[in-house]
Design a protein around this ligand. Structure first.
Ligand code: UDX
Length: 461
């Protein structure tokens, strides 16, 4: 909602219009700021200028269109335009995993600072939001100081972003906390102005140094990844001990010291953040000489990857011991529901692995089909869940879209060759599926009572 005092507000640029940058730009425009989004991709800028979101994110496209219609939000490929426009420049470019290494690739960040720095001829605050190894902000501050014509009026700050894909709008407008790594009271005051609305709504604002701000983000993602892998490690134990990880997770989650969030067992974490962030953290800790402090993250990563292997094993078991000549229907390829993101997607990884092992694999996802097709053209792409499972010996639920949770087991049962399903996300009501004659397996849950199940491992007597 635009505030009445918008005309007096500082002007904002957002450099890099991926998930993070586009959500940040549209939300700040919604809060009443004048915002210019800048990206090096002309195609992306053209799409955004037309009001089209180049990715799937619930609730963001209407906000983008409202921002454009209000005149407060615009887009450009020009860094000169950004330098002339902005009082606060938010840097939201990607920091992916470096090719062939654990460390983060900071080339987009340094390129952004190198392009912007020499053009900054008026007072401004350059504020990094990208997730970076601790120490990056100090390095960039030095780089910026050497580039800007007006070193005394241009400052660097770090303000990590904690948004989750699929919840980008609410996480940006109503953040759990705002962390501001600043070098001066002026930097803090500017960020307090930018976040005046969420601060007034009671959202905590923590001002700190640059290194702590960078580390908060990395530590938060390391903690979330650890929590997910912890419950998935318990799933491994449950499988061996014939215990039920879903009940275990629920019982643990009732302890307020533990909490239920990030405690959903299943195929594990993927996406553009958690996997690469814990690896970059390990690489940075090694550089800092404190590798043992985070060496547990290697195990966190290992547990996570073992879930994918376990999923393939369960699917093979239901396929009768081999994928050769079998048909596998896959529901979901995005790394999580309400997203079209397939970066390091456990679902797509499992689908591609099973195809590589000789199965004919047909996939369906409500949003991620075009990305998945580009990444894995060898898979078959169906137009619906029913089409994906038609003729399947085994069906796999790999991303827990609501559409799949709500699927009618009877209707899907009519399409498959055999009623065998592995629930990779513990998202289905197994009793309902079994009542419809499905042989239903899930990660971390005891073997079902097979009495009455019409599905059988393919090839079983
Ligand atoms: C994550 C962090 O949550 C966010 O704060 C940070 O800014 C970016 O990284 P995101 O990658 O969007 O956000 O997804 P998140 O919802 O955290 O899920 C990450 C992965 O973990 C997904 O693959 C999800 O399926 C998986 N997950 C999550 C679980 O397997 N179990 C859980 O209990 C929670």
């Amino acid at each position: 909602m635009a505030s009445p005092h918008s005309a007096t507000r500082r002007r904002i640029t957002v450099l890099g219009t991926g998930y993070l940058g586009t959500a940040h730009a549209a939300c700040l425009a919604d809060l009443g700021f004048e915002v210019l989004g800048v990206d090096v991709s002309p195609a992306r800028i053209e799409a955004l200028t037309r009001g089209e979101l180049p990715f799937y994110e619930p609730g963001l496209e209407p906000l983008l269109q409202a921002g454009l219609a209000s005149g407060r939000l615009s887009f450009s490929t020009s860094y000169a335009a950004a330098a002339a426009f902005g009082d606060v420049h938010f840097v939201c470019v990607g920091t992916p995993q470096r090719e062939g290494a654990y460390a983060a690739d900071l080339s987009q960040l340094t390129a952004c600072i190198d392009a912007l720095g020499p053009l900054l001829d008026r007072p401004c605050l350059v504020t990094g939001k990208s997730t970076v190894p601790v120490g990056t902000a100090a390095m960039l501050a030095g780089r910026l100081a050497a580039l800007v014509p007006t070193a005394d009026t241009c400052e660097l700050a770090w303000n990590p972003e904690f948004l989750r894909e699929g919840h980008a709008v609410q996480d940006t407008l109503r953040p759990d906390r705002i962390v501001a790594g600043v070098q001066s009271g002026r930097g803090e005051a500017i960020l307090r102005e930018v976040y005046a609305d969420p601060i007034a709504a009671g959202r905590p604002f923590l001002a700190t140094d640059l290194a702590t701000a960078e580390l908060v983000k990395v530590a938060a993602n390391a903690f979330l990844a650890t929590k997910i892998s912890f419950i998935n490690a318990m799933a491994e134990v449950c499988e061996a001990a014939h215990a039920d990880v879903m009940t275990l997770s629920e019982a643990l989650g009732h302890d307020p010291r533990i909490g239920r969030a990030a405690l959903r067992p299943g195929l594990g974490f993927g996406g553009g953040c958690l996997p690469k962030d814990i690896r970059a953290f390990m690489a940075r800790a090694e550089e800092l000489g404190v590798e043992p402090a985070v060496s547990f993250l290697r195990e966190v990563d290992g547990i996570n990857m073992r879930r994918r292997a376990r999923m393939v094993d369960l699917a093979r078991e239901l396929a009768g011991g081999s994928f050769e000549g079998r048909t596998v229907g896959v529901l979901g390829v995005a790394f999580k529901p309400d997203s079209d993101d397939i970066r390091d997607s456990p679902a797509l990884d499992v689908a591609a692995t099973i195809h590589g092992l000789g199965a004919s694999v047909s996939v369906y996802d409500p949003a991620a089909m075009s990305h998945a097709r580009r990444a894995h053209p060898e898979l078959a792409f169906a137009c619906s869940a029913t089409e994906a499972v038609t003729g399947a010996d085994v069906t796999l639920l790999l991303t827990e879209w609501q559409e799949f949770r709500d699927a009618d087991p009877e209707k899907l049962g009519e399409a498959v060759a055999r009623r065998n399903i592995v629930d990779g996300r513990n998202a289905l009501d197994a009793a309902r599926w079994r009542a419809a004659g499905w042989h239903c397996r899930a990660l971390g849950r005891p073997l079902p009572d097979r009495r009455g199940a019409k599905g059988r491992p393919a090839g079983a007597a």
